[in-house]
Design a protein around this ligand. Structure first.
Ligand code: HAM
Length: 425
């Protein structure tokens, strides 16, 4: 038997109804904040992620699905391609390539699969789904404003509330900007120098190439050392500090609770200033339900104009998991309103009637004219239909049909023209 590849899985009904419920709520809430949908390709040039996400990150370093797209003709060059491990780099590429600033398109959201070769675990997959949004634009459009950060974060709180997810925690930090990063890196290198030999191989490398990434380390033995390292909060310049305070002040005013965590640096290199994560207790080890932050230099790093931005991505798999606790997927699914049971030779008439009823937005399931009545009743019950309707020669002739309510057992004969209304009622 051929099985789904390790770290991938099938999303099946009725769970998919829960996914649809989430996505419908997302579209509705994001629209209220004037976000519009963007769909970028699932694979991109490898260089985009190397330059965007950062060579020294775990994502780029260890987790990408990358392959060589061979040149088809001698004159063509082959290209290294990668399944997107995240969507921010792709959105910013699209922003630059399509001059989205000219069209005033500066609030974009996306939903779709992402790919990372991580060790599969509960809530961690190699193909997983993200729902994300990016607010990006020229500095003159106010894209740098702390009001944007707070609005994005407040939107997320609104979404989680709307979905009925309670018990989330919002952790907030500022990871500073280029100004303070240089000083911070220097201080980190200095602090790491005497201790790095006691750390894991990854950290020894990071200590030299990109010391900030030491904070991504999950090795338990390294944690006491990391705990004692300097924190970015001690190095923020006046601009970053004021910006961060303004974000906090707005969040406090709009009533979104948060806690500060100055160890939160996020696993991608493009972040500047505000960084945040929402966690949820019910998720176990993979408790980050979503993460995001500001990335004011990313557009320039990808060869575009200055375009400060802030965004986030929700792990949809994890969001659905936290919902499943109390919202059974079954309850999200609209069951058939009516099951049509054609008598012998009546498939065509049943098809005609089904077509009419579906035009009234009814959910209709149709049996087969080889079924005995008993089998039709069983099938109707199994499908969870509310009504069963017998399509026999007689019924068609008099243009009225026997309609039985499978819950109450009540059976009535209803004229064709009144059927939809009766079933809807
Ligand atoms: P990220 O923190 O790498 O950020 O991923 C965001 C979320 O995706 C995580 O909090 C988690 O819920 C989910 N996630 C990540 N990896 C997996 C996995 N292997 N299996 C299941 N879920 C996973 C980003 O991707 C940034 N692009 C977010 C962002 C947008 N920052 C600014 N704009």
């Amino acid at each position: 038997m051929i099985k789904a590849v390790r770290g991938t899985r099938d999303l099946l009904p009725p769970d998919t109804a829960l996914w649809n419920f989430v996505e419908a709520a997302v579209r509705d809430v994001f629209r209220a904040y004037n976000f519009q949908e963007i769909r970028t390709p699932i694979f991109e040039a490898t260089e985009l992620f190397a330059r965007g996400v950062g060579e020294e990150t775990d994502i780029v370093n260890k987790e990408m699905f990358t392959w060589d797209d061979k040149a088809r003709a001698q004159s063509e060059k082959g290209q290294s391609l990668t399944l997107r491990p995240e969507n921010t780099a792709g959105v910013v590429r699209a922003y630059i390539e399509n001059h989205l600033w000219d069209r005033g398109l500066n609030k974009l959201y996306y939903m779709g699969p992402q790919f990372r070769r991580e060790r599969p675990a509960k809530g961690r997959y190699r193909q997983f789904y993200q729902i994300g949004a990016e607010a990006i634009g020229p500095p003159a459009s106010g894209s740098e404003s702390p009001a944007r950060d707070a609005e994005i974060i407040e939107m997320l709180a609104t979404l989680l509330d709307r979905l009925g997810i309670s018990g989330w925690n919002l952790e907030l930090n500022s990871v500073g900007c280029a100004n303070d990063r240089a000083q911070f890196n220097q201080a980190l290198r200095k602090a790491l120098e005497p201790v790095k030999d006691k750390m894991c191989g990854d950290c020894q490398r990071r200590a030299v190439t990109n010391p900030l990434r030491v904070f991504d380390c999950k090795v338990p033995e390294d944690q006491p050392i990391i705990e004692k390292l300097p924190r970015i909060s001690q190095f923020l310049d006046v601009g970053c500090r004021t910006h961060f305070e303004a974000v906090q002040a707005i969040l406090a005013r709009v009533g979104v609770p948060f806690s500060l965590n100055d160890r939160l640096v996020r696993g991608l290199d493009y972040y500047t200033r505000t960084a945040f994560e929402f966690t949820h207790g019910a998720l176990g080890a993979q408790n980050a339900i979503l993460g995001g932050g500001r990335y004011d230099g990313l557009s320039e790093a990808l060869g575009g104009p200055a375009a400060p931005g802030i965004g986030f991505a929700i792990g949809e798999d994890r969001l659905v998991m936290s919902l499943q606790e109390k919202t059974p997927a079954e309850s999200m699914l609209r069951k058939p309103d009516v099951y049509l049971a054609p008598m012998a030779g009546m498939n065509a008439e049943a098809a005609k009637l089904a077509r009419e009823l579906r035009r009234h937005h009814l959910v209709v399931e149709v049996g087969d004219d080889t079924f005995r009545l008993k089998k039709s009743f069983e099938a109707a019950t199994k499908a969870g239909a509310k009504y069963i309707l017998i399509v026999g020669e007689n019924e068609v002739q008099v243009d009225a049909f026997a309609l039985k309510n499978l819950v109450s057992g009540e059976q009535v004969s209803v004229p064709r023209a009144a059927l939809a209304q009766k079933i809807q009622g």
